[in-house]
Design a protein around this ligand. Structure first.
Ligand code: IPD
Ligand code: CA
Ligand code: CA
Length: 265
């Protein structure tokens, strides 16, 4: 295994320990509101700190972009960290959340780790090396289109400026597929596409740390990740579609009908 992937896995496990230790003690946590419907707890902060310590211990020169503490300058190697993706779920005792750690080198994704500490599922990917779940190769589903497909999504919950566009997409994709799920952790949503548990996923307004690791997982599992216009600008817009090649194409066709001047690719 790429030594940097080994370190990222170690960091994810340490963060996972903090998260699971606190999962049954949510009433004792200090929770603050970062903005409308945007909560953070000491678990998010402590998990992030431990990840940064593990990474910085080995790679003191590397740059970091972390959800809670922001940008830490450094070299062309940049770690992108979401210490707890699915905080709202975590705070409600809803068991779907993950640690997400990615590495970009000169802007290109090289490593992705998404770890579900409750299910002890470690999703890993290295560029050109495929995607694994607990050391076993995973592939996106080979479904030919939306018929019979199970899709994942994220509902708007903080920024409601594109809700009408989103609801149009949802309406069409509900009708065209076998069902749509909103599990509440974008990092895991991507990992589930990579593992073929869902056939496709889309969400508007994500942040880089929500899906940097997940995007590499999907690509390395043979899938496609684009912005909602079918282009490459998903890191700029946060509007993302992921899926097996054919399902992605079919989703894109429906989604394109609901773009307007305010919501472009
Ligand atoms: C959130 C989760 C959620 C997605 C939101 C994200 P957080 O991350 O990934 O599924 O719908 O857009 O912000 O805030 O729990 O790290
Ligand atoms: Ca997140
Ligand atoms: Ca988070």
């Amino acid at each position: 295994m790429n030594p940097m992937l080994t370190i990222a896995v170690r960091a994810a496990r340490e963060a996972g320990r903090i998260i699971t230790r606190n999962f049954g003690r949510i009433d004792r946590l200090t929770i603050t509101d970062k903005g409308s419907n945007d909560f953070v707890s000491e678990v998010d902060r402590n998990a992030e700190q431990v990840i940064i310590e593990v990474l910085r211990d080995k790679y003191p020169q590397h740059a970091i972009l972390a959800e809670e503490s922001g940008r830490h300058p450094g070299s062309d190697y940049q770690w992108i960290i979401d210490p707890l993706d699915g905080t709202t779920n975590f705070l409600h005792g809803f068991p779907q959340f993950a640690v997400s750690i990615a590495l970009k080198v000169k802007g290109r994704l090289e490593i992705g780790v998404v770890y579900d500490p409750l299910k002890e599922e470690m999703f890993t990917a290295g560029r050109g090396e495929g995607a694994l779940l607990n050391d076993r190769k995973i592939r996106v589903s080979s479904r030919k289109g939306l018929e019979g497909a199970l899709l994942g999504t994220g509902l708007p919950y903080r920024d409601f400026s594109h809700t009408d566009n989103y609801m149009g997409m949802l309406r069409d994709l509900i009708k065209a597929s076998a069902g749509v799920r909103r599990p509440g952790s974008a990092a895991l949503d991507f990992a589930y596409v990579a593992a073929g548990r869902t056939d496709g996923f889309w969400e508007l307004g994500l942040q880089e740390w929500d899906f940097a690791a997940g995007a590499l997982l999907v690509r390395e599992a043979g899938g496609l990740v684009t912005d909602i216009g079918g282009g490459e600008r998903f890191f700029d817009t946060g509007n993302v579609i992921a899926g097996g090649i054919k399902v992605h194409k079919a989703m894109l066709k429906h989604i394109l009908h609901h773009l307007d001047d305010k919501l472009t690719a």
